[in-house]
Design a protein around this ligand. Structure first.
Ligand code: ZN
Length: 177
């Protein structure tokens, strides 16, 4: 396995809509190794999610996992989830504003409204179609990662930049609990 280089804001790959992964390619050794590398990279940098464009690969693939995350200490656990060609098929009208950060927007946090719950359809890493509901922080992370796959970052979703905060100041003035 390998830790991959993370793309940072300004790299065009973050602004390029990703290509779907051909279903037959999912179970190839190369793709399985790439998924393993993405998981390892997410864990190395304490991310709760990582999308392929964030490691310079323009493919519709994202990994999500929350254990006891140092960057998001208050959030409940999410088991390792691999989403390939994900489609959000429905979203709640109700939204919640909460803080987000991004490994590609290093050192900043901002408040973003996101649908409180959603239903998503995708392939898993075995190439099986899965469809499930998510809410709260899990739903937030899915929306954040799916945005990466269409060339958007959380800054685009902030209704105002007034909450944009450096991480040190976030911890000092805004972190709860
Ligand atoms: Zn991100």
């Amino acid at each position: 396995m390998a830790i991959l280089k993370v793309s940072r804001l300004g790299h065009p790959v973050l602004r390029t809509p990703s290509q779907p992964v051909p279903k037959d390619a999912i179970t190839t050794p190369q793709m399985q190794r790439f998924i393993d590398d993405m998981v390892e990279t997410m864990r190395e940098y304490d991310g709760v999610g990582l999308a392929a464009p964030q490691v310079h690969v323009s493919a519709q693939l994202a990994v999500i996992e929350v254990t006891h995350n140092r960057r998001y200490p208050g959030e409940s656990a999410i088991p390792l989830t691999v989403l390939i060609n994900p489609k959000i098929v429905s979203m709640s009208k109700k939204t919640i504003q909460d803080w987000e950060g991004c490994l590609s927007v290093d050192g900043l946090r901002g408040k973003v409204p996101r649908a409180e719950s959603l239903e998503v359809e995708a392939y898993n890493r075995k190439g099986e179609k899965v469809r499930f509901q998510a809410q709260g922080f899990f739903a937030r992370v899915i929306q954040h990662e799916c945005d990466h796959l269409v060339g958007k970052v959380f800054l685009d979703r902030m209704p105002t930049l007034a909450t944009l905060t450096h991480l040190n100041e976030f911890v000092r003035y805004w972190q709860e609990g």
